[in-house]
Design a protein around this ligand. Sequence first.
Ligand code: ZN
Length: 153
Amino acid sequence: MALREIRKYDDPALYKVCRPVEKFDEKLAQLLDDMAETMYDANGVGLAAPQVGVLRRVVVIDVGEGIIELINPKIVRTAGLQSGSEGCLSFPGEYGIVDRPEEVEVEAQDRRGNTFRKTGRELLARAFCHEIDHLDGRVFKSLASRMLDEDEL
Ligand code: ZN
């Protein structure tokens, strides 16, 4: 495993639509392992492949319940609404208020290519939305109703 450089701010990789993963091979496994290590090293709860410069539809998330790996994820169901502060490893120190569904069900593939579904609530639902947005070149700042001032952090 190896740490990868997290792309930040105006890096073009953060604003591109990523391509689906087609090969479930050793290279994908290496990418997933590196992304997890990079996320934990940065004390994040989620990381998307474009954040390490790889324009493929790959996400890792850990909101404190263990690692979740999502390949080619799609949101298949949402319910409710939550409004709260959100940040991003690509914009260190910046937080904004973003509305998200309270509950989100995703369909994705695992590292072997098997399809599965997982439902997340609260922080996990927010992480699903935030990371899948990254795969379409969308960053949370473009969705924030307002950014927080320093004295609100
Ligand atoms: Zn992010």
